[in-house]
Design a protein. Sequence first.
Length: 104
Amino acid sequence: MLLNQAASANIITIILYIVVFGAIIYFMMIRPQKKQQKEAAAMHASMQAGDSVLTTSGFYGVIIDIMDNTVIVEFGNNRNCRIPMQKDAIAAVEKPNLTKTEEE
């Protein structure tokens, strides 16, 4: 009888450890990754022509045109350097915020 109680307590302890480790993995790994994916999707949805962008390869440019999954980015001052790339290749977007004092 005592052996059955010890075995059932051992099984409950193992199940409890599995649940705790599962919760730790969820809150430390899965949840932050989902949050980062949502932020990236919101950033890609808010992109507009004229925004300054940083690509995943480290190049700075300006968005010229946006299509479904493709963005045409102009790099440097040379008008001939326009490259189409996927939206996922955009790492950061900086909106131009010109105030009246900056325009003058």
